[in-house]
Ligand binder design. Sequence first.
Ligand SMILES: Cc1cc2nc3c(=O)[nH]c(=O)nc-3n(C[C@H](O)[C@H](O)[C@H](O)COP(=O)(O)O)c2cc1C
Length: 212
Amino acid sequence: MHFEDVVKERRSIRRYKDKFVPLSLVGELIDIAKHAPSAGNLQNWRMIIVTESDMRQQLAEASMEQYWMVEAPVHIVICNDYDKVKDHYPVMGKMYSIQNCAAIAYAIMLAAHDAGLGTCWVGAFDNEKVQRLLDIPDNIDPEIILTLGYSDDTKNPQLRDQIKYLCFQEKWGAKFKKFDNEYDGVEKRIKFEMNKLKNKLKPIKKKAKKKK
Ligand SMILES: Cc1cc2nc3c(=O)[nH]c(=O)nc-3n(C[C@H](O)[C@H](O)[C@H](O)COP(=O)(O)O)c2cc1C
């Protein structure tokens, strides 16, 4: 897929087909995603690949009862092995270690979408429960659960804020120079939907004219 399409088309998938995902494919995705950046290249991410349905059920329960998660044949529990990062960066280490996990999580999501798979980032879970369920030692934090599987959902690209609301030029508060893409985000979507409506109305208007 084209990179822009991968990024724009990826959506959070919460409905999955009952279709097996080979572990070799999960490995391939992570093999791509491991090229994500990490502070000091410390790569403190560790991943537990959960496929067993009883455990997926328990993980869903530990995730504030988000039972839709069970449908996903694979859960990737991204864990933070932060000791080394804290040793290298005594002040910022804890934060860096979490950011590193976020970087690989998103890389997995994009690699998965490119490979025709759906994912959802789950951040709402009880850390201690997940630790207990998966025998995760005390010095390792589960940060993110990614659900993974073949999507059973059709979703349009998500609306995003316009660039002019996201960026400043050179300093905080200074307007960002005009962006080429006038119809970024919401405006682009409104224009698209308006055109769709206009096209639908065309034959109706034609009929009405003929009747006159
Ligand atoms: C830090 C973080 C935590 C999230 N936690 C959850 C979650 O617990 N459950 C869930 O269904 N989605 C969760 N999401 C997914 C967001 O709801 C989703 O990314 C957002 O609504 C944008 O939709 P999109 O991913 O389809 O573009 C989380 C996303 C992030 C980045």
